[in-house]
Write a protein that binds this ligand. Structure first.
Ligand SMILES: NC(=O)C1=CN([C@@H]2O[C@H](COP(=O)(O)OP(=O)(O)OC[C@H]3O[C@@H](n4cnc5c(N)ncnc54)[C@H](OP(=O)(O)O)[C@@H]3O)[C@@H](O)[C@H]2O)C=CC1
Ligand SMILES: O=C(O)C1=N[C@H](C(=O)O)C[C@H](O)C1
Length: 265
C-alpha cells in the first residue's frame, strides 16, 4: 500500500517513516509538514542516511496525490485540515493525534462517511489489551475502590491528560455506568474536601524523555491494585499504525479504532 505521513519530521513521523521503510508491503508515497518547518523540501528519509525521492511538502494535495492512506500524528487543527482533503480525494486515514475537542471528533466522524478512518489515542497492542483488563477490573471493583489514573510523558507533550489516560477513564466509566464528564477530577489543590467515591481522578506528570507511562489505581481498604503499562519505545505505536493501514485495505468508509484492528471488540 502507498502511505503518506503527516508530521513527517516529528517524533512519531520519523518513527513511522522508519517503520514503513522496514516493511515489505508498504511504501512511503508522501510526506507532509507545516509550511514553517525547516524540513520542507528535504528528502523524507534523509534522517535515515539515504534518499527516498519523496520530498517533505506543506502542500496537502501534493503530499496526498500518490497515497492510498495517510498516517497522521500531528495536532488537532492539522489533522482536521488533512482529513478534509483526504475525504475529498478518497485517501483513507490512520489518526494518532490526541487532544481533540468533542466538536472536532464529530468533524472526524463526518469525514469518515466519505473515507475510511482508524483513530485511536494509542496504537500499541499492550495499551489496547490494558483497556480490556480495565473493563474487567472496573466491573469487579465497582464499589469500595477509589479509581485514580496517573500518566507520565516527556517534557514536549502539549496535551494533558494524555489521550490514553482519557480513554482509560472512558472505558472505566462506561464499565461502571458512569459519565466521565460528570465524574472526572482533573486537578486538586487546597482544601478539597474528602474524595467523592464516584469520582475518577487524573494526575499528570511531564518530564525528560518518558515515552509514555499509564497506571490505573484501584484503592480499597486494606488493599490496592495498580494496572500499569509502560512504553519504552515509540516503535510500538508505529507498528500498530501499520496494522491499522493493513486493516483499511478493504474498507472504503467508516470510523474504526484499534479494538477493530486488533479484533478486541
Ligand atoms: N495514538 C498514538 O499511539 C500516539 C499518539 N501520539 C500523538 O501524536 C501527536 C504527535 O506527537 P509527536 O510526534 O510526539 O509530536 P511532534 O511535535 O514531535 O510532531 C508533530 C508533527 O506535526 C507537525 N505539526 C504541528 N502542528 C501542526 C499542524 N497544525 N498541522 C500539521 N502539522 C503540524 C509538527 O511540525 P513542527 O515540529 O514543525 O511544529 C511535527 O512535525 C500528539 O498528539 C501525540 O499525543 C503520540 C504517540 C503515540
Ligand atoms: O504524546 C505522546 O508522546 C503520546 N501520546 C499519546 C497519548 O496522548 O495518549 C499516546 C502515548 O501515550 C504517547
Amino acid at each position: 500500500m502507498r502511505v503518506a505521513v503527516a508530521g513527517a519530521s516529528g517524533r512519531m513521523g520519523r518513527m513511522l517513516i522508519e517503520a514503513l521503510r522496514a516493511s515489505d508491503d508498504m511504501v512511503l508515497a508522501g510526506a507532509l509538514d507545516v509550511a514553517a518547518s525547516p524540513a520542507i523540501g528535504s528528502d523524507a528519509t534523509a534522517f535515515l542516511g539515504h534518499a527516498s525521492g519523496v520530498a517533505i511538502t506543506a502542500d496537502l494535495r501534493t503530499g496526498l496525490e500518490n497515497a492510498d492512506v495517510l498516517i497522521d500524528f500531528t495536532r488537532p487543527e492539522g489533522t482536521l485540515a488533512h482529513l478534509a482533503v483526504c475525504s475529498e480525494l478518497g485517501v483513507k486515514a490512520v489518526i494518532g493525534t490526541t487532544g481533540f475537542t468533542d466538536a472536532q471528533k464529530s468533524e472526524i466522524a463526518a469525514c469518515a462517511q466519505r473515507t475510511a478512518v482508524v483513530m485511536a489515542p494509542n496504537m500499541s497492542v499492550g495499551v489496547n489489551v490494558t483497556f480490556k483488563l480495565l473493563q474487567m477490573a472496573a466491573k469487579a471493583m465497582a464499589t469500595g475502590y477509589d479509581i485514580e489514573i496517573i500518566e507520565a510523558h516527556h517534557r514536549h507533550k502539549v496535551d494533558a491528560p494524555s489521550g490514553t489516560a482519557l480513554k482509560m477513564g472512558e472505558v472505566i466509566a462506561d464499565a461502571l455506568g458512569r459519565d466521565l464528564k460528570e465524574c472526572a477530577v482533573y486537578a486538586r489543590e487546597g482544601v478539597t474536601g474528602e474524595r467523592d467515591p464516584s469520582s475518577i481522578g487524573f494526575a499528570t506528570i511531564r518530564g525528560g524523555d518518558i515515552v509514555g507511562d499509564h497506571t490505573v489505581l484501584f484503592a480499597g481498604i486494606g488493599e490496592r491494585i495498580e494496572i500499569t503499562h509502560k512504553s519504552s519505545s515509540r516503535a510500538t505505536y508505529a507498528q500498530g499504525s501499520l496494522r491499522a493501514v493493513r486493516f483499511l485495505a478493504d474498507r472504503k468508509t467508516g470510523m474504526f479504532d484499534m479494538f477493530d484492528v486488533l479484533g478486541l471488540n
